[in-house]
Design a protein around this ligand. Structure first.
Ligand SMILES: CC(C)(COP(=O)(O)OP(=O)(O)OC[C@H]1O[C@@H](n2cnc3c(N)ncnc32)[C@H](O)[C@@H]1OP(=O)(O)O)[C@@H](O)C(=O)NCCC(=O)NCCS
Length: 159
């Protein structure tokens, strides 16, 4: 994560969560590229759709605010990507998106919700810990990093 959140500018506009479609991929990839130092490619998102993963975009009248990709494995949900575009951060949208994903997964039969996060991603870590996720392990050298690789903290929340 390299960009700095913009200041809050007022109450969040109503936003809706919609299934990600092929037509969204250009915009998703553009947002991804400006929000991560090591972004997924358009092809990574296309592969996720082709694999049947659960993928969502968050929109309001101003356009796409963010998106998320989830994989279901038996009674587990695995969060593969959650992003709020930098200009829309800091207004509760990431927390609401995570709550919605957990609830949708629970309704679809998942019992546990897993995710990975970089130890250096303090904003995401704070969100996950305050949302009831607990650390259950570490994947060594999971992520690319400027000076080699960075571990992933594995977290889980019972649904
Ligand atoms: C992580 C992310 C999704 C949070 O989205 P957001 O809309 O900004 O988050 P919210 O406004 O809902 O804030 C939720 C909580 O996150 C934490 N948080 C958010 N921004 C933070 C910051 N700059 N510093 C520290 N904690 C922060 C806080 O705990 C916050 O709760 P609070 O408002 O009650 O204090 C967003 O920062 C993002 O998309 N980052 C880039 C992509 C990324 O890193 N994704 C996660 C990969 S594991």
């Amino acid at each position: 994560m390299s960009a700095t959140p913009a200041p809050r500018t007022g109450l969040p506009e109503a936003a809706s969560l919609q299934p990600m479609q092929d037509a969204d991929l250009e915009e998703v990839a553009r947002i991804e590229a400006r929000n991560y130092e090591f972004p997924w490619t358009r092809g990574n998102f296309a592969d996720s759709l082709a694999a049947g993963h659960s993928a969502w975009v968050l929109r309001n009248r101003g356009g796409m605010l963010g998106y998320a990709v989830l994989m279901r494995v038996l009674d587990e949900a695995h969060l593969l990507n959650i992003t709020i575009d930098v200009e829309w951060r800091g207004a509760g949208r990431g927390r609401q998106l995570l709550v919605d994903l957990c609830e949708m997964s629970r309704q679809a039969g998942a019992r546990q919700f897993f995710l990975e996060v970089r130890p250096s991603n303090t904003a995401a870590l704070a969100l996950y810990e305050s949302a009831g996720f607990v650390r259950v392990g570490t994947r060594r050298g999971y992520y690319p990093a400027r000076d080699g690789r960075e571990d992933a903290i594995v977290m889980v929340k019972p649904l």
